[in-house]
Ligand binder design. Structure first.
Ligand code: GRF
Length: 187
């Protein structure tokens, strides 16, 4: 069972996956980011498929094909999305149907999308959290496999709240990946 990880950010969730002893066959990033260094320090190939356009002109289908091809080249069976900043088109979900997990920094179905932490703060909720779910064509809407609550504390800003959530994600996501890989291997 070969796992690929998609990341864009500081890569701390990727680091937690590696620290949990999960073997990663390839890391795909969409921009220059710290996740690349974390991968190479661990001796894992990091493939950058750079997203050069953030406007209307972005060819999501062509981009998705490149990511799919990179995972296929590395014979990936299961993928984990650990903070990947580009939404892939439906063809990705079809190609890897039921074999991609995402971690999201809210208690889904609340606060879908890229601004989950800011939106939780703006809404004034006292509890938010993180969710691991199977990726489907609809963003942040696939079947939930694990979830944990995190308190919002007085004086929180987006950075402090996100860090508290990520502390939980770093435990929850690796655990969910292990269980998921075992279930995919033996349906
Ligand atoms: C996580 O909160 C993940 O849920 C979100 O992006 C963050 C990635 O964190 N989609 P890091 O870059 O691994 O520290």
């Amino acid at each position: 069972m070969r796992l690929g990880v998609l990341a864009s950010g500081t890569g701390t969730i990727l680091a937690a996956i590696l620290e949990a002893g999960i073997k990663v066959a390839v890391v795909v990033v969409d921009r220059p980011c710290a996740a690349t260094t974390i991968a190479s320090d661990a001796g894992i190939e990091a493939v950058m498929i750079q997203r050069t356009s953030f406007g209307q002109a972005f060819d999501r289908e062509a981009y998705t094909k490149q990511v799919t091809a990179a995972l296929e080249e590395h014979a990936i069976d299961v993928a984990a999305i650990a903070g990947f900043g580009t939404i892939l088109s439906a063809s990705f979900c079809e190609r890897f149907e039921g074999r991609v997990l995402n971690t999201h920094p809210s208690l889904l179905p609340a606060f879908k999308g890229w601004h989950a932490v800011d939106e939780a703060l703006a809404a004034g909720v006292k509890v938010t959290g993180c969710t691991v779910h199977v990726v489907t064509a609809e963003v942040d809407a696939g079947p939930i496999v694990a979830q944990e609550a995190v308190p919002v504390l007085p004086g929180d800003d987006a950075a402090s709240l996100h860090e508290r959530i990520k502390t939980v994600e770093r435990e929850l996501f690796p655990r969910a990946i292990k269980e998921f890989m075992a279930s995919v291997a033996q349906p």
